[in-house]
Write a new protein. Structure first.
Length: 166
């Protein structure tokens, strides 16, 4: 079955394709590196899944301990792990899709700040305080977006740089 992306924990690549596409990009610390690599591998040949294989992925348990995060998966953008997820994905978007899509994505993340605030205000006005709408989360999300904005000139230059927030 042809696919666009394969989890980095379970990739096998022919040497001839590695010669064309190159190795994993050393700019990435965590997150999104295999998605960016798969985009280059796909340009050199097709990506396929063979057989009826099952893989269990623990969704970053070690990273959660290291970052002090309690969220499973990659949806929590309110802490240091979230900052690393955001940073890595912005680097991937810049490398894979170019400056235009990078700017579009950045505008979406900036635009989410007033939407988050609006959600908090509506929840208060209706008396339905939702746990996902908290001031601490909004503040941390704003800090994470600010960290991306601070690194934007470096990301746009697309020169080798190790993107790590630990």
């Amino acid at each position: 079955m042809a696919v666009d992306w394969i989890n980095g924990a379970f990739l096998m690549v022919k040497k001839s394709v590695l010669t064309k596409a190159g190795l994993l990009d050393e700019d990435f610390f965590l997150y999104a590196e295999e998605a960016e690599w798969c985009s280059r591998l796909k340009k050199a040949g097709s990506l396929c899944i063979y057989g009826d294989l099952r893989i269990i992925h623990l969704q970053g348990e070690t990273a959660n301990q290291t970052f002090g995060s309690d969220g499973k998966g990659y949806y929590n953008l309110y802490d240091r792990k979230g900052r690393q997820i955001m940073l890595s994905n912005f680097v991937r978007i810049r490398k894979q899709f170019g400056i235009g899509w990078f700017v579009v994505q950045l505008l979406f993340y900036i635009g989410e700040i007033p939407m988050f605030l609006l959600g908090m205000l509506l929840a208060r006005l209706t008396g339905r305080a939702l746990p996902r709408y908290r001031w601490a989360q909004l503040w941390q999300y704003c800090r994470n977006v600010g960290a991306i904005l601070a690194r934007t000139p470096v990301i746009l230059r697309n020169k080798p740089y190790f993107y790590k927030v630990l």
